[in-house]
Design a protein around this ligand. Sequence first.
Ligand code: ARG
Length: 413
Amino acid sequence: MTPRRIVLAYSGGLDTSVLLKQYIDAGQQVVAMTLDLGESDLVAGAGSQDALDAVRRKALALGAVDAVLIDARERFIAGYALRALAANALYEGVYPLSAALSRPLIADLLVETAAEYGADAVAHGCTGKGNDQVRIEVGVRAAAPHLTTLAPLRERPLSRPDAIAYAQAHGVPIAHTAAKPYSVDANLWGRSIEAGVLENPWNAPPEDAYAWTVAPQTAPAAGDEVVISWQRGIPSIAGLQGAALVAELNRVAGANGVGRIDLIEDRVVGLKSREVYECPGSVTLIEAHKALERLVLGRDELRLKAGLDQKYGELIYDALWSSPLREALDAFNAKLAERMTGEVRMLLLRGRAVPTGCRSPFGLYDESLATYGAGDTFRHDAAGGFIAIHGLPVAAGAAKASAAARAAEPQPV
Ligand code: ARG
């Protein structure tokens, strides 16, 4: 059944503009949905709102029945990024999941917009090769199982020359036709860069791949210092919180070359791909959060959490944000976050974000126990007994093994 009214996730780029026009020419009603996830806060500066507004106007000019621009920055940070931060979520050890975290939000907003406009389908411009199609569609299924999701570029892949030809023939304005060297996706949690010369993994990422970070080797030798305050797991710097805090950290850490990542990663659909990222703000926050955890959490909590954190990152990457397991892990992290209050001082220097100091009213570190100086209160005399009991299974096993070896030796005749 052909959908009557479709909500299209619309970036304003060539592909989604062509899709929009194709739907309209096929007689369908389209509501274009564009999100502000903060990606242009950094690049375009003050003009970013105008740029997003232009995207809206472009959709209307192409014949969309309506075009909505949703400022989703705070919702993205509070509902997605900070949950991932509580889990120190990094895919394959290094990628803060910036694109991956935004897709379930896009799915939720597609569903909400579809309800608002009485649409019977939602559509996106993802190809059949990537992770994002999986994330958006699993998200839509979780929130609205009755909704149809259309993925036209999966059914009919659109080459760039074909897209340009279609646009020119059908009056779709093309902003800059200059060959785009990379495919880029960005939001406050990070910027991903793929394709072009990066497809050969032997090629070092050219400097023009990066927009938010300077090269670590050319970053100022003095670096910058920031003190991040934490209140029950929520970070702030001098009163800045949420989206504004992350944008500010992107600026400061980016100016020091922090957060460049070059990863051969394993996609959900099974292939390996080479992805380059710059995630100055999120990398800094995760490093600071880990430092606070090391001070505040007990040994067993840290050990268990390390495994759960890895699982959390895999769930987000693998399009399972909507799974009950993710919610259960959030509950675990929320319980621990009751004690995640304190301050972490971070040095941002030539590509690294290094904690240089940490304090918390819940810190388990006790200087009088740890000191090698005066005022040591540790029970040195108790350590001998501890070792005897702690090592008992090993000692007992070793004694049995040597007795058994002796018994097996050939007896003199
Ligand atoms: N490989 C990353 C991920 O799966 C980045 C994807 C970026 N998406 C895009 N449409 N360019 O999370």
